[in-house]
Structures are given as C-alpha cells and as structure tokens.
Design a protein around this ligand. Structure first.
Ligand code: FES
Length: 169
C-alpha cells in the first residue's frame, strides 16, 4: 500500500527534483575532477621544464692544469613519460681558472680520440687526425676544431651540458 505524502504530490516532485539536481551536481563535480586530473596527466609532461641538460661529471679538484682528463658519466633524460639513460663521456681541459669541455668524437668521422701526453696533442686513431690542446686542428682530415660542451663549476663540482656546440671551420 502506497503512502501519500502529507504535503501532496507537489512536495514529492520538489523532493525528487532536488535529489535529481543534487545527484547531477555530484556526478558533474566527480567528472570535472577526473577530467582535470586525466588531462593534467596527459598534458603536463609536455610543459614540464627539464633539468636543462646539466650533468655532474666529477670534482674540479681532480683536474690538473695541462693534463686533459676524460670522464665517463651516465646521462639521464626525461622524455615525456620515459626516462632514458645513456653512457657518455667528455674531455676536460683545465687552463688556469678556465675549464674547457670537448665532445669526445673527432670532427672528421666521429671516432673517439685520445690524449698523447708526450706530444701534448689529441690523436685520432682512425685517419691520423691531430688536435692541439685547445681543440684546433693540427693536421689530418678533420675539417674543423673539436666540438665543445658548455661547462660550469658549482660548489667544486664540474657540470657539463652535453648538447654539443658545433665548432666553426
Ligand atoms: S675520424 Fe678522426 S681523423 Fe677521421
């Protein structure tokens, strides 16, 4: 048996309308929150500022003037949602207070070169390219000086930005 509301069907409709409105508002609020967080998940990596590519490669104190040092390091890059790791290396040359960072690939065809302490030159084994300690071509086929990386010192640590700066011929 059905019970009539004391206030009649008009009051019942009002309550029903109110409940419909409240449940609709709750559903809209939940939808808005879910949409905003979902949208943020997909959009934010595209705008997230990265660490600008600076990598800590070691202590300044380990560098000796006139004795270029090759340092190996792991470069971590955040690309959208993935973090990748890449082994990399850099040649560092200290001259007074100045530190220069060279891309370890020869500017001819990209072979790794080495430092010859007796000759005080960088030697490329692939086609006998020779570079001076400042990166200039001494002899051989390399078309331009060694490419460089930006380098800075913070609290005694050497930071290298491993985006090569292409040298001019
Ligand atoms: S790659 Fe170095 S001289 Fe050719």
């Amino acid at each position: 048996m059905e019970h009539e509301s004391p206030s009649g069907s008009g009051a019942e409709m009002t309550r029903r309308t109110f409940l419909t409105w409240v449940s609709g508002a709750c559903a809209a609020a939940i939808g808005a929150v879910l949409s905003a967080s979902g949208l943020a998940y997909f959009v934010s990596p595209a705008f997230r500022k990265d660490d600008e590519g600076w990598v800590d490669v070691g202590r300044l104190a380990d560098l000796k003037a006139g004795a270029p040092l090759k340092l190996d390091y792991v470069e971590r890059r955040k690309d959208a949602w993935a973090t990748t790791e890449k082994r990399a290396s850099v040649w560092l040359v200290k001259d007074g207070d100045k530190v220069t960072a060279f891309d370890p690939r020869c500017t001819h065809l990209g072979c790794p070169f080495r430092w010859d302490d007796a000759k005080k030159q960088f030697l490329c084994p692939c086609h006998a390219g020779v570079f001076a300690v400042d990166g200039k071509v001494v002899s051989g086929p390399p078309p331009r000086p060694l490419d460089r990386y930006s380098v800075k010192v913070e609290a005694g640590r050497l930071l290298v930005n491993s985006k090569p700066i292409r040298s001019e011929a």
